[in-house]
Write a protein that binds this ligand. Structure first.
Ligand code: MN3
Length: 199
């Protein structure tokens, strides 16, 4: 059973004017789709072809001979998670249990924002910044290339893609502006709260 490209959870132009339909067209339709195609080619006629994405990621993580499979499986998972981390008219501050947890673990929403911006800005080259839960505590982390929190015993709650292809058409080299826009206008805190409730 081949892996398939999941549809975006909103229309391709739904995040405008912050992230353009052009960016999402390339990012979802080309980049994300290529990881799906590569993963299918790499797992075809192997026992991995019938496993879930999560099982594949956990099984091949740290195996140098299977780095290609890890990279493509993790990138398929990371991108689907990233689309859901955003929504039209998102951003701002969370509420309820999530807000209380951020207050308790970071010492305030501003402290979280600062840490997340710092991680996303300083990820050198391609990668991701994350809000995760590790041993019951919220943490901000960053990963290089395709790397993903589940490979490190962490549960992802929120991510931002800081590969250049995520922002270059809309923000050119201004990664910090993309990160601020993500936090102020796009974050889907409902998705983050659902992930925390399941963690
Ligand atoms: Mn990407």
């Amino acid at each position: 059973m081949a892996f398939e490209l999941p549809p975006l959870p909103y229309a391709q132009d739904a995040l405008e004017p912050h992230i353009s339909a052009n960016t999402l067209g390339f990012h979802h339709g080309k980049h994300h789709n290529t990881y799906v195609t590569n993963l299918n080619n790499l797992t075809k006629d192997t026992p991995l072809a019938d496993k879930s994405l999560e099982d594949i990621i956990l099984e091949v993580a740290g195996n140098a001979e299977k780095q290609g499979i890890f990279n493509n499986a993790a990138q398929v998972w990371n991108h689907t998670f990233y689309w859901h981390s955003m929504k039209p008219n998102g951003g701002g501050a969370p509420s309820g249990d999530l807000a209380a947890k951020i207050e308790a673990d970071f010492g305030g929403f501003d402290k979280f924002t600062e840490a997340f911006k710092q991680a996303a800005t300083t990820q050198f080259g391609s990668g991701w910044a994350w809000l995760v839960v590790e041993n019951g505590t919220l943490k901000v982390t960053k990963t290089g290339n395709a790397d993903t929190p589940m490979a490190h015993g962490q549960t992802a709650l929120l991510t931002i893609d800081v590969w250049e292809h995520a922002y270059y058409l809309d923000f050119q080299n201004r990664r910090p502006d993309y990160i601020s826009t993500f936090l102020e206008k796009l974050v889907n805190w409902d998705f983050v709260a659902e992930n925390l409730a399941k963690a």
